[in-house]
Design a protein. Sequence first.
Length: 257
Amino acid sequence: MKLDEIVISKAIIESYKEKLVKALDVDVAIVGAGPAGMVCGYYLAKAGKNVALFERKLSVGGGMWGGGIMFNEIVVQDKAKGVLDEFGIKSRLYEKGYYLADSIEAVSTICSKAVKAGLKIFNLMSVEDVMVRNKRVAGLVLNWTAVEIAGLHVDPISMRSRVVVDATGHPAEVARIIEKKSGIRLKTKTGKTMGEGSMWAEVGEDTIVRNSKEICPGLYACGMCANAVFGGPRMGPIFGGMLLAGKKVAKDLIGRF
C-alpha cells in the first residue's frame, strides 16, 4: 500500500477536531495532568462522567516522573498503597509503613488506565482564563501552550463544565485566576490563596487530602494545589497524598451529580 501524506494529515486533523469539540461541554474539566489530576479523572471517567483534562506541558505526570532529585522511585504510605494496588502498579515494602514503586511504571500505568476508562487528555494546552457566571466557575478559557510561550496575540477558545478541578500543583493557577479577576471570595481563612508552607511530610500528606475540596462555587482544589490554596505545608517526594486526593475529589463529585 502506498502511503499518502495528505491522508495521514487529514486523519489527525479530523480525529482531533472531533475529540476537541466533544470536550467543549463536559461534566468536569481538570487542569493539570499530575498524579492527582489523572487519578481524579480516572475515577470520574470510570463512574461514567464526561471528563476532559488539560495539561500545559508535552508530557503528563507532573513531578512523579522524577521521584526525588531525579531518582525515579516514589514512596507511598500505608493509606495509599491500595490505590497503587487498584491500578496494578507493583510496590514493595521498604520498611513498616513505607512502600516503594517505580515512578515510570506509576505514571505510565495511571495515564493508560485513565485514558482507557474514558478520560480525554489534551496536552500542550494552557488555561489562560476562567468563565464565571453568577459568581460560579462555569468553564475554562484555553489556548495552545506554544501561543503562551511565544507571547503571540492569538485569541483563545472557551469550554463549559459543571465543575472545574484545579490540579496544577504548587502554582494553584486556576485558583489564582479566580482570586485576581473574579471578585469571588475563596473558602479559605483569608478569602484568598494562602500559599504553601515549608516541607513537613507528615502534616502535608494529611492536609493535602483534607484540603482537596471546593475552593469556591464550581471550583475544587486537588493535590498539592489544595495545600497551596489552604496554607498547608509541602510534603516533598512522597506521593500517597496525591493519589488519595485525586480519589477523594472524584468521590465527592460523583456523589454530587
